[in-house]
Design a protein around this ligand. Structure first.
Ligand SMILES: [Zn+2]
Length: 370
């Protein structure tokens, strides 16, 4: 899942994401809650309509950002008080309010509100954190069951039609091309889904202790979610330990439900995790690295800022068939980056996403072949 924090994969328009074969995007509840705000998106019929993205979306619970972006957070049994990184204003997330925010945003898959245990953590601290996450999972699920029909999809068809009409009115009339280019016509149709509801996934915590992970998995499964995530990893621990804990957790999660590893990884790692049985992953790495000129290719990582590429007429990756590699040379990409052109970020991100998606297509093909 490419990461589209603020309802946007930075620098890449939705039609190109579709062309790349992106099937699902991740949005961050914490960021969207602060800006533009949940009520704003709800009034615009939910994230799909708002960002003109008819394919799937997953939102995180906001917990991870609250813990990673806020030094002044206060955690109680009830929830977390935190300050906005935008203006310092005080806010409160509980399992109920974080679930309400995710229902209002209207993604397809939403996450239970959890506490991401820091690394390193003492054994007593890891257990207390895991127990809190379990109590919060129960509260998230209870709130979800009572409010799941409030998802803005139920009114989607009415509001989406209104939006399309609005777009058509404001565009200059007749001529075929003008009509095709009008905002109303360009808006991706979002199917009406009245009666359907979102899927709420549970999150396994337990720090770096395999026994706690097993207990967390078993007790989260007992709450009965349609999918399970492994949280609390990629928080600064060595990669060998990440893998160890993933393996120790996976064996206790049902094989017939999606198993989602949050916040990984490099192209090599996502292949490894898929091999272990992980079905879903999200990571800012392909997009963030692209904006810093770090590109993943079939021949290894390339730092496009290096002077050695200044006269290089080759495509970025001769084995990549993306629109960037088909059209531009390394020399041009290096020039764009060195000149701080906006296009550098766009093209680099398109290639890196393409490389990641190709990697996962390869994984699925291999699985298909047994
Ligand atoms: Zn490419």
């Amino acid at each position: 899942m490419p990461v589209g924090t603020l309802a946007s994969v930075k620098g890449v328009p939705q039609d190109i994401l579709e062309e790349l074969g992106v099937q699902i995007l991740l949005g961050n509840t914490y960021h969207l809650y602060l800006r533009p705000g949940v009520e704003q998106i709800r009034r615009l019929a939910g994230l799909h309509c708002f960002m003109s993205w008819p394919r799937a979306i997953l939102t995180d619970s906001g917990g991870f950002q609250v813990f990673s972006l806020n030094d002044l957070r206060r955690i109680t049994e009830d929830g977390v008080t935190f300050r906005s990184h935008l203006d310092g204003s005080e806010h409160f997330f509980s399992p109920e309010s974080a679930t309400a925010a995710q229902i209002g945003l209207g993604a397809d898959i939403i996450m239970a509100f959890d506490e991401c245990t820091e690394y390193p953590a003492e054994p007593e601290r890891a257990r207390a954190s895991m127990e809190l996450t379990l109590r919060w999972a129960e509260r998230s699920k209870k709130y979800f069951e009572e409010h799941k029909h409030e998802v803005p999809w139920t009114t989607t068809h009415v509001e989406a039609d209104a939006l399309v009409r609005l777009g058509e009115r404001s565009s200059p009339a007749p001529s075929d091309s003008a009509e095709l280019n009008s905002p109303g016509r360009a808006r991706a149709p979002v199917p009406t889904r009245a009666g359907e509801t979102q899927a709420l996934f549970g999150i396994v915590q337990g720090g770096m202790d395999p026994a706690l992970r097993k207990e967390s998995a078993e007790r989260t499964i007992a709450l009965d979610f349609p999918g399970y995530a492994i949280g609390g990893l990629s928080v600064g621990e060595p990669r060998t330990l990440t893998r160890e804990i993933v393996e120790a957790t996976l064996e206790h999660l049902p094989k017939d439900k999606p198993r989602y590893l949050m916040g990984v990884g490099t192209p090599e790692e996502i292949i490894e995790y898929a091999k272990l049985g992980i079905d879903m992953m999200d990571c800012v790495l392909p997009t963030r690295a692209a904006r810093h000129g770090l590109l993943f290719t079939s021949q290894g990582k390339i730092s496009i800022k290096q002077a050695r590429y200044a006269g290089d007429e080759n495509p970025l990756d001769p084995n990549c068939n993306c629109r960037v590699c088909r059209r531009y040379s390394r020399a041009y990409l290096r020039h764009l980056y060195a000149s701080n052109e906006v296009l550098a970020q766009v093209l680099n991100t398109v290639h890196n996403l393409s490389f990641y998606l190709d990697t996962m297509r390869g994984v699925r093909h291999s699985i298909g072949l047994g």
